[in-house]
Design a protein around this ligand. Sequence first.
Ligand code: ZN
Length: 163
Amino acid sequence: MAKDTVQDGLVVSMDYKLTVDGQVLDSSDEAGPLQFLVGYGNIIPGLENEMMGMKIGDSKEVTVQPEDGYGEFDDEAFMEVPRSEFPADMQLEEGLELHVTDQDGNHQAAYVAEFDDKNVKLDFNHPLAGAVLNFHVKVIALREPTAEELDHGHVHEDGHHHH
Ligand code: ZN
């Protein structure tokens, strides 16, 4: 297949705008174009699938339901942790994002749902769980990944290497 459309194994550069309930949450106007390697789970599947076959200059409106986005909101994805397991000088606040490691060594993001002197209730739902996502996307460039990018399964932008 000619490498002039969005397909697995190519790096896409795109302008985007994410709107939820009529509110713009994120856009390339502020962050700059997003680059991602197609086919490696770098963006949510509901958006990636809809972008397949787009050419440079094409734009599209894509609506992504929760199951193809950040998941349904799970009432059970909460956990109570004793306050004593957090550093005593740690400033807790509702909505604070924490990175926790489970017994299997998996890293996960959690958010402080509520807390008192004894317990901290953590919310493991993604902040956009349950949300219908409306994307406006425009493909601005396509390129082959470097061998290292392909090996890692993600883009290294401007030599900036983050893992
Ligand atoms: Zn890497």
